[in-house]
Design a protein around this ligand. Sequence first.
Ligand code: FMN
Length: 182
Amino acid sequence: MRKAKRDGICDNIFRERWSPRSLSGELISDNDFLKILDAARFAPSSFNEQEWRFVWAKKPNWINLFELLAPPNQEWCKDASHLVLVCARSNYSRNNKPNRVASFDAGLSVQNMLLQASILGIVGHAMGGFDVELARKNLKIPEQYEVLIMIAFGVYKEGDESPSDRKKLEEIAREREFTFDG
Ligand SMILES: Cc1cc2nc3c(=O)[nH]c(=O)nc-3n(C[C@H](O)[C@H](O)[C@H](O)COP(=O)(O)O)c2cc1C
């Protein structure tokens, strides 16, 4: 996979990951896919709750996930290999109290998967564009789980897409006070 070349002083793994839509249609190996899922297990979470839950499907046995995608996402995801739906338990299992950071924790697990995919040279692309209520209904996801995002994994195909730009560090981080405009 072509690596993104973006300015920054952090390590390459962060700057090289990107989310192309140009996919070859090839399948990724079961071993690589399991490695990607396994990376999610090692994300930090509040009280080590590990409240993320994933439902995955591999092409061609993936219609129950594929049909949830918004048409513009279906257009490029048809050439993906695997789809993953990400959910999070909204209440702590230890006391059933609301977990304010459940989706935040799940997001960390998603980034682990995206970075593991990038290390393997595999495309990982997060998507909010899908029918959340249909996902809940069709996949019988209980009320206590929030339905968050879907991720497409696949093999990169050389195309004319470019990695997106990033804000400068001073636009997102300030010392001591919140001095941002707007
Ligand atoms: C929560 C979330 C939802 C997203 N939804 C979509 C989507 O529905 N369709 C899509 O093509 N890309 C989607 N993206 C991908 C972003 O557009 C992409 O990550 C962003 O432009 C930054 O580019 P990069 O990942 O290549 O660095 C989503 C990303 C995130 C994190």
